[in-house]
Design a protein around this ligand. Structure first.
Ligand code: NAD
Ligand code: MG
Length: 389
């Protein structure tokens, strides 16, 4: 494989840091073209010192100013820029082969799209982009000859076990079994959910992740977003996607075939495995993840999801069935509700109420263009805030 120039959008986050960890193991395969972050200029400076990118982009101008000083003092040649346009530039530059899209939330949309339009190899962690724009994003990828490789561990697992290069179009796939850990509150009684705190919600039993996706895991909206993500990535009908709760997070997802076979991908719960798979694809490369000790794990468990304690999962299926911009609205209302919960403004069980209230108010308008997706996202955020105040 020729040397790949990589841009990492969201390099200071959980996925961003894991990506740099894998890249650092293969200096002969990957060079870092650009890094980006929201405000964490101190960690960004450390990353610049270690990886010597050509560009470092901070969303926030003030943080960029501080970083620029640090870069200058350290004698680095890294150019520091700021703002959304600069993010789009480093995602689409002719010097870039691969873009890791690891910004959290709808904020990742514009740069991810810029990478698609420029025909890049996109490693997509930012599931909100796909939920927000659906077919429009998939079309942008296809029309511009971009390559989309899923980073979400479940979708990466499905991608690994799906058939490739077979004669019949659907490859004999019957359905996708999307595994879910159930999150930190899997065994909590409904009443107990009234009093859970943001820190408890962010204390995931198996995975260490950013705060937004951690709350999504606790409400199971993360799985709901992943159902929608699987629909678009793998062209799977909603009834072909079955969520299976698997508390150990060892099986990362499965594909069931018409002959009764089920193929699964297993591994320790460490995002460096899917990241390495996508970075190296179609080759396999070292990720730093240790061997899975099956004898020590000894038992794997499976349960049906509880849609009544975790209504967000049902809301996501409903939005997917409703189609149009319903997933866009679901995603926007969820981002608003999760932020309010993290800020201590609403209780945990209010999150699905805000989302369903917003969906009831706005319905499922048609989604014809990316500009419409932005507009509907904006309106849904306003409607969600109205539900809260
Ligand atoms: P995180 O909060 O740890 O990191 C987010 C990154 O995005 C940071 O670098 C931050 O600086 C940047 N960022 C935040 N807001 C921004 C904005 N408005 N504009 C530009 N940059 C901004 O999040 P994470 O856990 O790394 O998750 C990133 C994405 O990957 C999410 O979409 C998440 O759903 C997805 N994902 C994460 C995991 C995981 O294990 N962490 C697993 C699967 C999917
Ligand atoms: Mg996942």
């Amino acid at each position: 494989m020729k040397m790949q120039n990589v841009t990492i959008l969201g390099s200071t986050g959980s996925i961003g840091q894991s990506t740099l960890d894998v890249i650092a193991r293969h200096p002969e395969k990957f060079a870092v073209h650009a890094l980006s972050a929201n405000t964490r200029h101190d960690l960004m400076l450390e990353q610049c010192l270690k990886f010597r990118p050509k560009y470092a982009v901070m969303l926030d101008e003030e943080s960029a100013g501080i970083l620029r000083e640090g870069v200058k003092r350290a004698g680095l040649e890294t150019e520091v820029e700021s703002g959304v346009m600069a993010l789009e530039k480093i995602a689409s530059s002719p010097d870039v082969d691969t873009v890791m899209a690891a910004i959290v939330g709808a904020a990742g949309m514009r740069p991810s799209l810029a990478a698609a339009m420029a025909g890049k190899r996109i490693l997509l962690a930012n599931k909100e982009t796909l939920v927000m724009t659906g077919k429009l994003f998939i079309d942008a990828v296809r029309e511009n000859g971009a390559t989309l490789l899923p980073i979400d561990s479940e979708h990466n697992a499905i991608f690994q076990v799906l058939p490739r290069d077979v004669a019949n179009r659907d490859g004999g796939v019957k359905r996708i079994l999307l595994t879910a850990s159930g999150g930190p509150f899997r065994t909590f009684a409904r009443e107990a959910l009234d009093h859970v705190t943001p820190d408890e919600a962010c204390n995931h039993p198996n995975w260490s992740m950013g705060r937004k996706i951690s709350v999504d895991s606790a409400t199971m909206m993360n799985k709901g977003l992943e159902v929608i993500e699987a629909h678009w990535l793998f062209d799977a009908a909603p009834e072909q996607i079955k969520v299976v709760v698997h508390p150990e997070s060892i099986i990362h997802s499965m594909v069931e075939y018409i002959d009764g076979s089920i193929l699964a991908q297993l591994g320790n719960p460490d995002m460096r495995t899917p990241i390495a798979y996508a970075l190296g694809f179609p080759d396999r490369i070292e990720s730093g993840v240790g061997s899975l000790d099956l004898c020590r794990i000894a038992a794997l468990h499976f349960e049906e999801p509880d849609y009544s304690r975790f209504p967000c999962l049902a809301l996501a299926f409903e939005a997917l069935e409703a189609g149009g911009a319903a997933p866009t609205i679901l995603n926007a209302a969820n981002e608003v509700a999760v932020q309010c919960f993290l800020d201590g403004k609403i209780r945990f069980p209010a999150i699905p109420n805000v989302i369903s209230g917003t969906l009831d108010k706005l319905g499922a308008p048609r989604l014809n263009s990316l500009e419409e997706a932005f507009e509907i996202d904006r309106m849904a955020r306003i409607a969600a805030r109205e539900q809260i105040s």
